[in-house]
Design a protein around this ligand. Structure first.
Ligand SMILES: *[C@@H]1O[C@H](CO)[C@@H](O)[C@H](O)[C@H]1NC(C)=O
Ligand SMILES: *[C@@H]1O[C@H](CO)[C@@H](O)[C@H](O)[C@H]1NC(C)=O
Ligand SMILES: *[C@@H]1O[C@H](CO)[C@@H](O)[C@H](O)[C@H]1NC(C)=O
Ligand SMILES: *[C@@H]1O[C@H](CO)[C@@H](O)[C@H](O)[C@H]1NC(C)=O
Ligand SMILES: *[C@@H]1O[C@H](CO)[C@@H](O)[C@H](O)[C@H]1NC(C)=O
Ligand SMILES: *[C@@H]1O[C@H](CO)[C@@H](O)[C@H](O)[C@H]1NC(C)=O
Ligand SMILES: *[C@@H]1O[C@H](CO)[C@@H](O)[C@H](O)[C@H]1NC(C)=O
Ligand SMILES: *[C@@H]1O[C@H](CO)[C@@H](O)[C@H](O)[C@H]1NC(C)=O
Length: 500
């Protein structure tokens, strides 16, 4: 299995990188089991303020689809698990679904995909027999309305359908799903669609009983004696995320199919957990999410498919406090309903992602009311004691001479100086925190790494109250069974130096 000479040593492998013309994207899932869910227009304002370009809805909520119109945000709409049976048994139900939830909103709402159910094979096995028909009927309805080139149909799977994901090169789908998955893959190939994968290193790590170092799950560099290498391909896996994506590619390949890209429809890390969930911490969530974004936006694929970017949707926009399950299950959100990020992060390709200890800036929200902005600006430069000299005529941040730009500068200066004393980034709801450095040209914002007044400020995060259990129909994402083959365990132990 593994030649003697590799034992306990580091295998270096050069991976040739190809630049991809189509940049990778990071989107966000919007779950709705939230007790204080903001209005659809507020949700869209939060998305825009954070330059989020792709979202996945679990349903086809008409308020959200309307609010997303003309936003240029690409939208994946969802068929609920309870709708799959009806659609899979009736072409006319599929056509009605497409007309009501997709055709009615295009082109102003940029719907680009339909995800059929959520982890149907493992969550609602009774619907598995009609899953492929449901996908086919929906696709035919799109063809009939001439939308099939614009809108792709697929179905998200959990890692559960791949019982032995490591080493990735030997991964295959659970043979009890062979015929269903084969049909799904053929459908995806024939319709130029993609495989939807929910990939959670959080579960891989927490159910791995200490086999994997947490750094491997969090995309942190591994010491040379702990490198994780696939013994068959000699590929180095610098993160569990990459290994999971490759396990999906190799499982697809085992059916002799190729050319079906993998899109990660869910990945994330909970930031608060119960007594038995010690890894669900703010620090780990911040590290995972920012490193995930940085990993995806570097445009490279996993080791076996370096030139296919791993487009990924973060799980998830807000904490779903009404979901059943443990405390960690309710705390995956990256934003509070008021639009403040739970921890600093940047979702934008243009943003500088600093991963570890990112700086937080305070800027004007895209859709802020002008009168409120004027009040906020006056207050920041007056009572708030912000240093507003840079936005005076002739100074570095005077241009562009508009209230939005001036207020952003003043808000941020106030926030950087007063934050440790309890100052917030709110200004009557006209401000939003961001990890993107708003500096431009010679206009350097306070706190920018290029600013002489740079200060080490840590995020000021409040832990919201934990709401009681509520009735929710959404199935938990957990329950991923991680079976670690002895062969891989062996490999890891060697790499950990246990036998070295
Ligand atoms: C919708 O998204 C597609 C896919 O990225 C893109 O090509 C198209 O230009 C977008 N349409 C609009 C109206 O933004
Ligand atoms: C499922 O497919 C794999 C190849 O991918 C094959 O080895 C296996 O025998 C199949 N199992 C069944 C039950 O058909
Ligand atoms: C894939 O192709 C190989 C080589 O042609 C063959 O041995 C194998 O049985 C095929 N597997 C499947 C699942 O068709
Ligand atoms: C992108 O990420 C992969 C996986 O972590 C890494 O191997 C590669 O070196 C990175 N490429 C660049 C250009 O940073
Ligand atoms: C990230 O932060 C940790 C703890 O503060 C530190 O040990 C580590 O060196 C930092 N890593 C980087 C890449 O800055
Ligand atoms: C205010 O900011 C300007 C630069 O924009 C700087 O030159 C000046 O020293 C600052 N004043 C105070 C009191 O910090
Ligand atoms: C900060 O300084 C670096 C190096 O001087 C420069 O490349 C970068 O563009 C500057 N960033 C901003 C936001 O001004
Ligand atoms: C937003 O909500 C969080 C959690 O409730 C709270 O800690 C934070 O102070 C709020 N931020 C603003 C700007 O109101």
């Amino acid at each position: 299995m593994m030649p003697e000479k590799w034992l306990g040593s580091v295998v270096f492998l050069a991976i040739v990188m190809f630049t991809n013309v189509l940049g990778a994207y990071v989107g966000v899932n919007i779950g709705t089991d939230v007790s204080d869910m903001p209005s659809a227009s507020d949700v869209v304002a939060i998305l825009k303020a954070n330059q989020i370009t792709h979202v996945r809805l679990y349903n086809a909520d008409s308020h959200m689809l309307k609010a997303l119109s003309d936003s240029r945000i690409e939208v994946m709409v969802g068929v609920l698990n309870e709708e799959v049976l009806g659609i899979g048994e009736s072409p006319s139900a599929a056509a009605a679904w497409v007309n009501k939830n997709v055709a009615a909103y295009l082109p102003s709402t940029n719907i680009t995909a339909i995800s059929v159910g959520s982890q149907v094979l493992t969550s609602v096995p009774n619907a598995a027999s009609v899953l492929v028909s449901a996908m086919n009927y929906l696709h035919k309805a799109l063809v009939a309305t001439n939308l099939n080139f614009q809108v792709k149909v697929s179905t998200p799977h959990s890692m559960d359908v791949i019982p032995k994901p490591f080493p990735p090169s030997t991964a295959t789908f659970d043979s009890k799903w062979n015929s269903t998955i084969y049909q799904i893959l053929q459908f995806l190939k024939n319709t130029n669609s993609y495989y939807m994968l929910n990939a959670y290193p959080y579960y891989g790590y927490t159910t791995g009983d200490g086999i994997f170092p947490i750094d491997y799950a969090l995309f942190r560099p591994l010491p040379s004696v702990k490198q994780i290498v696939d013994p068959n391909t000699l590929f180095h896996y610098s993160s569990m995320f990459d290994a999971m994506v490759d396990a999906a590619y190799y499982s697809i390949e085992a059916f002799n199919l190729s050319g079906v890209p993998v899109v990660v429809t869910e990945s994330g890390w909970p930031w608060l957990g119960g007594a038995k969930e010690p890894d669900a911490t703010l620090e780990n969530a911040e590290t995972y999410t920012n490193n995930l974004i940085r990993r995806v936006l570097n445009n490279s694929g996993p080791p076996s498919q370096v030139n296919i970017p791993i487009n990924t949707y973060i799980y998830e926009l807000f904490n779903e406090d009404k979901r059943p399950g443990s405390i960690a299950e309710k705390n995956w959100g990256v934003f509070f309903p008021n639009g403040t990020s739970v921890y600093p992060l940047s979702l934008s390709t243009s943003g500088q992602i600093t991963g570890n200890s990112s700086m937080v800036f305070c800027v004007v929200k895209d859709d802020a009311d002008t009168d409120k902005l004027q009040n906020g600006l006056n207050w920041a430069c007056g009572q708030g004691q912000a240093n507003c000299s840079a936005i005076q005529p002739g100074h570095s941040c005077y241009l562009p001479n508009n209230i939005k730009s001036h207020a952003s500068y003043a808000y941020n200066d106030y926030y950087q100086k007063k934050r440790s004393a309890g100052g917030t980034c709110n200004f009557d709801g006209t401000a939003v925190a961001t990890a993107i450095d708003p500096s431009y040209g010679s206009c350097i914002y306070t706190g920018s790494t290029n600013s002489s007044t740079s200060m080490g400020i840590s995020p000021n995060v409040a832990f919201g109250p934990i709401s009681p259990l509520g009735g929710s129909s959404k199935l938990p994402v957990s329950g991923i069974q991680f079976v670690i083959p002895a062969a891989f365990l062996f490999l890891v132990m060697f790499q950990l130096g246990i036998y070295a």
